[in-house]
Design a protein around this ligand. Structure first.
Ligand code: SF4
Ligand code: MG
Length: 336
């Protein structure tokens, strides 16, 4: 009952163009490659990593928007990954996604009120005629004036559109929300407002949130736990402060070191990360991070990728021992 979502060894594959001498051989990219993740009720879990790491695909696969080729997803005790329609219907009436691009994720021809009322109708969330009151309530919940219900998206700012996107997600009264880069396109002050809104909703309605982002400063502020993805795999996962104070995977350490306004008290290795991630079509053997890793040894280049080891509620897929990457914990001041 404490667990709301169980992702077990999930793979999502996409067909890639070309391959073979005649370009005829079908090739597959494993956008998500053996990911396991457990989310507890009321928890906020951040999923971070560079673009192309598979974070959005993982979020979409959890909600049945991308097909799970292997492994399974169990939401609230229901197996939802085998595409059964009744399971998907239940899932979509209890879980919702907030997308990155606020303007384009809304139907331009519908007013805000019509967009929200449609969701209420489809999911039978109000009695006929009761929609207007619920729409006003939803708009107030996300800090918008209910008078905006009569406007179309073109008449709204980006921040207002994003709030409408969040209100739409909340229209189904979800027990789980997956937000995919939902503040990335907004300016900093609006970002702060949206983050505060999530923090309030967490307190008020016990929201369970999966927050997909590449901005680690925001993730640190919002999330209880963090999962770090690299080339389709989770390479590190654990409580937020443990991840930020003492990362155990060099990729995580490099991401944290790249945060511009990083806390000067955080002890981090001088391990800048070289280059771009390799193509998922030609994954390096061994640890896929080895071509960019300052700590790589021969054994990292050979054999299967290191599996996720766990200690102290903290998992990492690397041969290094805990403590290798960070000096003993100092007093880290909380972020403002
Ligand atoms: Fe670097 Fe080796 Fe750890 Fe991979 S397993 S992150 S190459 S030290
Ligand atoms: Mg993405």
């Amino acid at each position: 009952p404490d667990t709301i979502l169980e992702v077990d060894d999930v793979e999502v594959r996409f067909a890639a163009p070309g391959g073979g001498p005649l370009g005829l051989q079908r090739r597959e990219v494993r956008a998500v490659n053996g990911v396991s993740l457990t989310v507890r009720r009321g928890e906020t879990v951040g999923i971070v990593g560079e673009s192309g790491s598979g974070k959005s695909t993982l979020g979409r696969a959890i909600l049945g928007l991308d097909r799970v080729a292997q492994g399974h997803v169990v939401f609230d005790g229901i197996k939802v990954s085998d595409g059964r329609r009744d399971a998907l219907r239940t899932l979509r009436s209890r879980a919702a996604m907030v997308f990155q691009d606020p303007a384009n994720s809304l139907n331009p021809r519908l007013t805000v009120g019509e967009t929200l009322a449609e969701v209420l109708r489809v999911h039978h969330k109000t009695k006929r005629g009761g929609e207007a009151a619920r729409v006003a309530e939803l708009l107030r919940l996300v800090g918008l004036d209910p008078a905006l219900a009569s406007r179309r998206p073109a008449a709204l700012s980006g921040g207002q559109c994003q709030r409408v996107g969040i209100a739409r997600a909340f229209a189904v009264e979800p027990s789980l929300v997956i937000a995919d880069e939902c503040v990335a396109a907004l300016d900093v002050s609006i970002q702060g407002q949206i983050i505060n809104l999530f923090l309030d909703l967490k307190d008020e309605i016990g929201l369970t949130l999966i927050f997909i982002a590449h901005d680690l400063a925001i993730v640190r502020r919002l999330c209880d736990r963090v999962a770090v993805m690299y080339l389709g795999r989770i390479v590190e996962e654990g409580p937020t402060e443990a991840i930020f104070r003492a990362p155990r995977h060099p990729y995580t350490a490099a991401l944290i070191a790249a945060i511009p306004e990083i806390d000067p008290d955080l002890a981090l290795p001088e391990a800048p990360m070289g280059g771009e991630p390799p193509s998922p079509l030609a994954l390096p053997p061994g640890c896929a991070f080895h071509p960019r890793c300052a700590f790589a040894e021969d054994r990292c280049r050979e054999g299967p990728p290191p599996s996720l080891r766990r200690a102290d509620d903290h998992g990492w897929a690397c041969i290094l021992e805990p403590g290798t990457l960070a000096a003993p914990a100092r007093n880290v001041s909380p972020l403002p």
